[in-house]
Design a protein. Structure first.
Length: 272
């Protein structure tokens, strides 16, 4: 089954591989489900059933003009879970994908879900305001949208370097990974790319944290310049009852590719 219909008829592109207990991997912005290449191989080899899907507006899913809100994204995740009749599911959300998990649990409950993993996730709340002094200034998100409108392609190339912590000296990923990330990013609708900056940058998931009634792992890099650890990973671990936090010292945002072996080991230990 390559496509599942969302509630509004949008086609969601799904890859469903392997046998065993299901793990749904929810990708980050502005990539596709294929960003989990290293994790997919490791999970399949460990005997899991692995499901990835492209968020609406990204990759090979439908590119509607509207609907880029977390209530819709959470309902899309529900459509995937129910369309494949998945139970005893582990959800793994990277970056923007962590918000899907939070909102899914608060809107749809945890009856089908056994575990949750937030990797470099935007939850619980990124935007800086009086209630969130460690957050990211709103001007950062406005500047991102401005750059995307002016030259999305140049933006994607420069963004990838920050995403993976590439500098004059540091080379945590190859040029091939940067090129691959660019290809995944340009597959997205420009409208979705812009609208999702508002979604992940301004959605407050703090009220959703109480819905995490399942074992939860939080993984975050201390040198993440895309999603700073204080208002996200550390705050999520404090706000989710019983959550386990693993901090990756000096690691950037794109953990899935900078330290895939370490992330895969931590994932497999938690899922087991």
């Amino acid at each position: 089954m390559a496509y599942i219909d969302a509630k509004d008829g949008t086609k969601l592109h799904v890859k469903d591989m392997g046998q065993g207990r299901p793990v749904v991997l929810i990708h980050g912005w502005p990539l596709t489900g294929d960003m989990f290449e290293y994790q997919t191989v490791a999970l399949l080899e460990a005997g899991y059933r692995v499901i990835t899907y492209d968020r609406r507006g990204f990759g090979q899913s439908g590119h509607p003009a509207t609907g880029y809100t977390y209530d819709t994204f959470a309902d899309d995740l529900a459509s995937v879970i129910e369309g494949l009749d998945l139970r005893d599911v582990s959800l793994v959300g990277f970056s923007m994908g962590g918000g899907e998990i939070a909102r899914y649990l608060s809107r749809h409950g945890a009856s089908r879900i056994s575990k949750a993993v937030l990797v470099a996730s935007v939850a619980p709340y990124l935007l800086k305001d009086e209630s969130n002094p460690d957050g990211v200034d709103g001007s950062v998100f406005e500047d991102m949208k401005k750059q995307i409108r002016e030259d999305r392609f140049a933006f994607l190339q420069s963004f990838a370097k920050t995403f993976y912590g590439v500098g004059l000296v540091s080379r945590p990923v190859s040029q091939g990974v940067l090129d691959w990330s660019f290809v995944l990013g340009v597959m997205a609708s420009p409208k979705a790319t812009i609208d999702c900056v508002t979604a992940f940058g301004t959605t407050d998931f703090r009220p959703d944290l109480a819905a995490f009634t399942i074992p939860t792992l939080v993984v975050h890099g201390t040198a993440d310049k895309t999603v700073p650890i204080d208002p996200s990973g550390r705050a999520a671990a404090k706000g989710i009852a019983g959550a386990k936090l693993i901090e990756y010292d000096s690691e950037p945002h794109g953990l899935f590719a900078t330290v895939p072996d370490r992330l895969n080991k931590d994932l497999l230990e938690f899922l087991a």
